[in-house]
Design a protein around this ligand. Sequence first.
Ligand code: PGA
Length: 260
Amino acid sequence: MKQVPARTRIVVGNWKMNPVAGGDAKKIVATLKKKLQRASVPVVVVPPAIHLEVVRSLVKKPFSLGVQDVHQAEKGAFTGSISAAMAYGYGARYAILGHSERRRAGETNDDVGEKVRVTLGQGMTPIICVGETERDHAGRFYSFVETEIREALRGVSRAQVANVIVAYEPVWAISTGDGRGQTATPEHAHEMKLFIQKVLVALYGRTIGLRVPVLYGGSVNPGNAEELMAHGDIDGFLVGGASLKPDEFTTIVRAVEAHK
Ligand code: PGA
């Protein structure tokens, strides 16, 4: 049997619409740099696009910059939107796509697919978010996630998929700041990771399919990161709320490093 290469471990911090001031964005990155400049796994910082420029000069290996969404078009009459080309020009090398907070605002699987193709065409890495809103006993949420993946990857070649990351974020486990986020167990994460890999292998074959990193996201914090890594067998995290708190984020990155 052909040997499957080790998958990359990676941690992504999705700041969402925080912080308000560019100066505070700079402070967060500066603090992270002190704590994590020798981190042995790549760390992607994803501030609001308007802060890309102020943090850009601070971002050096092991850090990279990402953007929270892109528009399908390169430019044009799309009020309020940002293109992959623009974000790239300001240093973003990753794009979070299909986040549940964008899907809730009306984004469809087709939109996500287009954005994935545009992002790859720009030489950036799409971080494709998938995940069910709720779980049903019959297990229909599996086919829901499968459809999200297949449609996001429509037209993506075997060569291109080497530059794709999938993030499993069960919507019911995402912290909303009001305490509604339930906790997914490492078993939830592990089962879905295996399922996502099965879908990727069906699409791209074993060697390529198993190389795509599968992250977990949804209320990841210093208290559950270690267990999720140890028993979830995932490749890292997409962190929301805790990514704004350098101490907490550092502990999460350490948990990923410990399971390289
Ligand atoms: P959370 O967010 O870590 O605050 O739950 C994760 C996400 O929505 O990407």
